[in-house]
Ligand binder design. Sequence first.
Ligand SMILES: [Zn+2]
Length: 247
Amino acid sequence: MGEILDALHRLQSVEVKLAKIRQAGEAKSRRVELHGRHARQFEEKLEQLKGVIRDHQIRIDALTLEMTTREETTVKQRVELSKAKTNKQYSAILEVINTTKADNAKLESTILELMESVQRLNEEAAQVENEKKEQIDRVATAERALAAQAEETDPERRRLESERDKHAQHLSPEALATFQRVAQRHDGEAMVPVVKLNPRREEYACSGCNMKTTLEVVNALQSHDSMLFCPICGRILYYDDAVVSRR
Ligand SMILES: [Zn+2]
């Protein structure tokens, strides 16, 4: 392997380790986000329930007031009833009193239904509140795990980063940029060896995506110290005697 490919190769081994650290951190970040999203969903549901409870309560208050007003009217009408001079007058007032009584009975049952509904909604809200709290607890746990992981891997990450910078010095900015781009696309695995598909035939493949590689490319890899890419997956190919006929 030539100098450039050799430097890239060393860079690659560092990049893979760095990618693993990064991925572990990302997985933990995703847990924080997930529980945060769930907590917000429960919060929205809770607000919605509280809104319905408020509306119910306003209706209960209005209907109770209406009932009280009617009852007060009925008290006055009963006084008038006792003062009625004719039978006709008496039955007219009595009819009004009875109608009011029937209306109030309907109002009362509506109020009771609403109160029962409020009780059920309050129970549901309490449950949603608990679920929200549970998710908030999980966010805190996930955040602690993320911070612990970052703290634990920090020295190793710094060491690898300085190692990466050291290897990068041996490469041109263009080669480095290309390498970084490919590494990013393949989780740090920018370089892969070509492998021989059949021991008796000169057939090779990219070991990253298993697609065939032309003989020209394989020959070039053996004779030139330059970056050649798999036309299918875009990884940087290299030729290594030790791995070429491994399978
Ligand atoms: Zn490939």
